[in-house]
Write a protein that binds this ligand. Structure first.
Ligand code: ADP
Ligand code: MG
Length: 714
């Protein structure tokens, strides 16, 4: 003890010397001057005092006032200055990887140090920290994961949970766990940071914790909505009721099993899509009529162009930010603007495009008005803005609770229902029950709601549990690579692009990857493999262009693949030899079977008709295939079933990516795989096996039985 104490004291003195030397250097002084100009600085003493005197403090202040970069740094500096630097350990969570990384870099620059010295970061599978790191920026997911193994956060002195106003699932979840931890760790300090004024909710949650607001320095921003914009550019808005209806329907469906994946993006899209033509078509036929003087194909872009012209002519000089849904839209608009007589004139307009770490839309307007007053043009009607703010439901209330429930189980914090009822805003008990039932159905929880071995593995995988199961099945059945690509693809987004004006060409390009597979999932595998080959040959760009593929998405799939393999290897589920893991990858029926095992109960029956087919699911009756599905291009599909991962309801229910499967696959690999029911199921199947089995599947069947027994054994 006392030897350690001495070591730490000595190190603390060294830290103080280094800090002082930097602060007295010319660069350090300059940096300090800048930092002193931030609004947070005026509250510094007040903040330090509040944190010293209270276990929990809630801090609010506008974006840019200095919460993230300054507050944790104030603590670090004051600890170092008081000679206790080496004794403190500060964690500050960020909702996104990119912010954890960039903020830590900024703070180490402000401290005149390389990253990984006193300031570091840790995000999933990546990090930069050393033995001298006392301020760590990490994702909220990382802190949660740490709490799995270190329930008391031993050695941590301060925890900052940042961006709590976003109400991300991890943040909400952290608050429950931390609230539970605080009485056990009286010395631990918790600081919650929010960019909006809703501090009260959080303060109440922590029994009336003090709140401190950092007064901002922002300038007024005037908001204009589509109706004003249209009027100014000479058009009138009629009705937008349909957007409202659409919104309500979506809201209503929340947590009712539909729209399962990436709900966040979809809800955002409701608003952001209003910038593009497709949304006008989808959301409001009324508007299309009154705007018919614009060619439907590029109405959205023309509208933006009209607004930009208006700004260039009428407003004072300055910068204009245009937010778009994705890189494709950005580059399209860029090309259109370049060709414009006024906007394309490089002497008048400097056109810059950027993409990547764009923040969420609650911050759009926040981007304007940081340095001067401004205007914000929302290219959607004001009624949507109202509806949109209602969408800012906490993620916990918007997400299928499957992954969350798994995490709760692996945290060993008791019953799922009880734990969630302690949340800031608890989800509906019915939704929780659905999730628990689902997890039982896929075999992640046993009848008593205990985590099975499979469930334990699934909780390690940062994907939807059913995709996680598909991955594990892919390893067991030795067809790892294709399944890995499919799971990575389903957890990022579709790399196949569908430009509005080239739908048919894009569809044809995609179907070239499908041969006679009748599978979007296999088309994805081929597209990815083709891209890898093209990359090796240095022709990835042409490859993507020719095949309507998003290089960026493929890149994301590529890096997710790496992450998943790493985790699986770490968990001992992968053989060291890649060939062994892929011994059966060429077996198409098997790959189909594994897809089915993951996506069940997403099953549609294929009903042949005279010249076409129709599709039915148990819950929805008749459904349609997405236009970009390879299966939508066939007149007949020689499989009785399609297995799919996602359905979306617009007016009709559409199923997205699908794969044709046989009866025997459905019987063997679809269905209940919980321990008890699985045994029953297998017993029944043994009787049928000679009838149904395709010989290559017979081997798999026995393997399935064997491996599942092993996996589910406690
Ligand atoms: P908040 O968390 O309150 O939104 P930050 O602490 O992130 O604010 O940023 C405070 C200020 O620090 C910003 O307004 C900006 O001026 C400056 N700043 C932040 N990050 C950087 C950076 N990477 N480079 C230069 N300045 C930065
Ligand atoms: Mg911040």
């Amino acid at each position: 003890g006392s030897v350690m104490e001495k070591v730490l004291q000595r190190r603390s003195l060294r830290m103080r010397n280094m800090q002082r030397a930097w602060q007295e250097s010319p660069e350090g002084k300059k940096m300090l001057d800048f930092r002193k100009s931030l609004p947070a600085f005026r509250e510094k003493e007040k903040l330090l005092q509040a944190i010293a005197r209270n276990q929990v403090v809630v801090v609010s202040g506008e974006t840019g006032c200095g919460k993230t970069t300054q507050l944790p740094q104030y603590i670090l500096e004051s600890e170092i200055e008081s000679g206790r630097g080496a004794f403190c350990s500060i964690i500050c969570t960020q909702p996104r990887r990119i912010s954890a990384m960039s903020v830590s870099e900024r703070v180490s620059t402000e401290r005149g140090e390389p990253l990984g010295e006193s300031v570091g970061y840790k995000v999933r599978l990546e990090g930069m920290k050393g033995k001298n790191t006392h301020l760590l920026f990490c994702t909220s997911g990382i802190l949660l994961r740490r709490l799995l193994s270190d329930r008391n956060l031993n050695g941590i002195t301060h925890v900052f949970v940042d961006e709590i106003h976003e109400r991300g699932m991890n943040e909400d979840f952290l608050l429950i766990v931390l609230k539970d931890l605080l009485p056990r760790r009286r010395d631990l300090r918790l600081i919650l940071m929010s960019a909006t004024l809703n501090a009260e909710l959080f303060s109440n949650f922590f029994g009336g914790a003090p709140t401190i607001h950092i007064p901002g320095f922002t300038y007024p921003v005037r908001a204009h909505f589509l109706e004003d914009v249209l009027e100014r550019t000479g058009y009138k808005l009629t009705s937008f009721n349909q957007i409202d209806d659409y919104g309500q329907e979506k809201m209503w469906k929340t947590q009712k099993q539909l729209v399962p994946r990436k709900r966040k993006n979809k809800i955002t899209a409701l608003v952001e899509d209003a910038l593009t033509k497709s949304s006008f078509e989808n959301y409001s036929s009324g508007v299309r009529d009154s705007l018919s003087c614009w060619t439907p194909d590029c109405m959205g872009f023309n509208l933006i162009e009209a607004v930009l012209c208006h700004i260039c002519r009428k407003e004072r000089p300055g910068a204009v930010l245009v937010f778009m849904t994705g890189w494709e839209d950005i580059s399209c608009l860029r090309d259109q603007i370049r060709a414009h007589p006024l906007l394309g004139d490089p002497n008048r307009v400097l056109l810059l495009t950027c993409h990547g770490s764009m923040a969420t839309s609650e911050q759009r307007r926040g981007r304007a008005g940081r340095v001067q007053p401004g205007e914000c043009y929302h290219l959607y009607p004001s009624c949507v803005y109202g509806a949109f703010s209602e969408y800012q439901l906490p993620e916990l209330l918007r997400t299928p609770l499957n992954s969350l429930c798994l995490q709760i189980k692996s945290l060993q914090v008791g019953s799922i229902g009880e734990f969630l009822s302690a949340a800031l805003q608890p989800p509906e008990p019915l939704a929780v029950q659905n999730a628990v039932d689902f997890l039982k159905m896929i075999g992640a929880l046993d009848e008593k709601e205990n985590l099975t071995n499979l469930g334990e593995y699934l909780s390690m995988l940062p994907v939807d549990p059913k995709l996680g199961k598909m991955l594990i099945m892919g390893t067991i059945f030795r067809c790892f690579d294709p399944i890995l690509t499919i799971v990575a693809g389903l957890s990022v987004k579709d790399p196949f692009l569908l430009p509005q004006d080239k739908k048919d060409l894009a569809g044809t390009a995609k179907s070239r990857f499908s041969a006679k597979d009748y599978s979007d999932h296999m088309a994805l595998v081929r597209a990815y493999e083709g891209w890898k080959d093209a990359e090796r040959e240095g022709s990835a760009y042409e490859y993507c262009w020719r095949n309507f593929l998003s290089a960026q998405t493929l890149q994301a799939i590529h890096s997710l693949r790496k992450q998943f393999s790493f985790i699986l290897k770490d968990a001992g589920l992968l053989d060291a030899d890649a060939n062994t893991n892929n011994r059966l990858s060429h077996n198409q029926s098997l790959v189909r079977a594994i897809i089915c095992s993951g996506l069940f109960p997403g099953i549609a029956s294929v009903v042949p008709r005279e010249t076409s087919m129709s599709f039915k699911t148990m819950d929805d009756g008749q459904v349609l295939l997405y236009a970009n599905s390879v299966n939508a291009r066939y007149q007949t599909i020689p499989y009785p079933w399609l297995v799919f991962g996602e359905k979306v309801k617009v007016n009709t229910v559409f199923i997205r990516d699908s794969t044709g499967i046989s009866d025997s696959i459905l019987i063997l690999f679809g269905g209940t795989l919980s321990r008890g029911a699985m045994a029953e199921h297998l017993k029944m199947l043994e009787g049928y096996i000679d009838f149904f089995m395709d010989p290559s599947l017979a081997e798999c069947y026995w393997k399935l039985k064997e491996e599942f027994d092993k996996l589910l054994q406690k």
